[in-house]
Design a protein. Structure first.
Ligand code: SF4
Length: 186
């Protein structure tokens, strides 16, 4: 029996992440990522990498965004296109329970796209140039208890494929490290 876990793209490839400047948060997430991957690989769990919806739309020089900015039909459609082949892979593995055990999907809490229990919201839009309220606008960013847009679409597609109950979706989040680590105990 092979155990299979689907993970957000940057859990395996941090080069896809937006450039971050909060070193304490970077270090905490990196420590958990390493702990999580070491345990998964050590236990022989097969890891399937989801596509990164932000890198594949905006590239490596994108600004940081909030989920409100991605909450539009165009980004949601992009997420669905990325996720179509993922749902097909899940269905195939789930069709053969004598050979495969799908443990679930791990997202990245805090991300506007891949957050599961927590994502970031802010009242952001418009150009940077010529405005006098930039500092106040940037300060509207907050962590909220919702999924990011990519994970919202993923959850909808799991439901449409009638496989939600077989595929738990969990967030990797340093302040709640036990959530993703528990998935490896299944
Ligand atoms: S969109 Fe998802 S996969 Fe891409 S960098 Fe952000 S959290 Fe990682």
């Amino acid at each position: 029996m092979q155990k299979i876990l689907f993970v957000s793209h940057c859990i395996l490839n941090t080069a896809a992440k937006v450039v971050l400047f909060n070193q304490a948060a970077i270090d905490a997430e990196e420590a958990l990522r390493m702990q999580f991957l070491a345990k998964a690989i050590g236990e022989g769990i097969q890891l399937v990498q989801l596509p990164c919806p932000e890198f594949t739309l905006y590239g490596s020089r994108r600004w940081g965004h909030c989920s409100n900015q991605f909450d539009n039909p165009f980004f949601r459609e992009h997420c669905r296109k990325c996720l179509g082949p993922v749902i097909q892979q899940l269905r195939e593995y789930l069709a053969h329970p004598e050979r495969f055990q799908v443990l679930g999907i791990v997202g990245v809490d805090g991300s506007p796209s891949c957050g599961v229990d927590h994502t970031s919201e802010a009242d952001w839009h418009g150009s940077f140039g010529g405005r006098t309220d930039l500092e106040q606008v940037l300060k509207t960013q907050r962590l909220v208890d919702k999924s990011g847009i990519f994970i919202q679409e993923l959850k909808s597609m799991l439901a449409e494929a009638c496989i939600s109950e077989q595929v738990p979706v969990i967030g990797l989040f340093a302040p709640e490290a036990e959530k993703c680590m528990a998935l490896l105990e299944k």
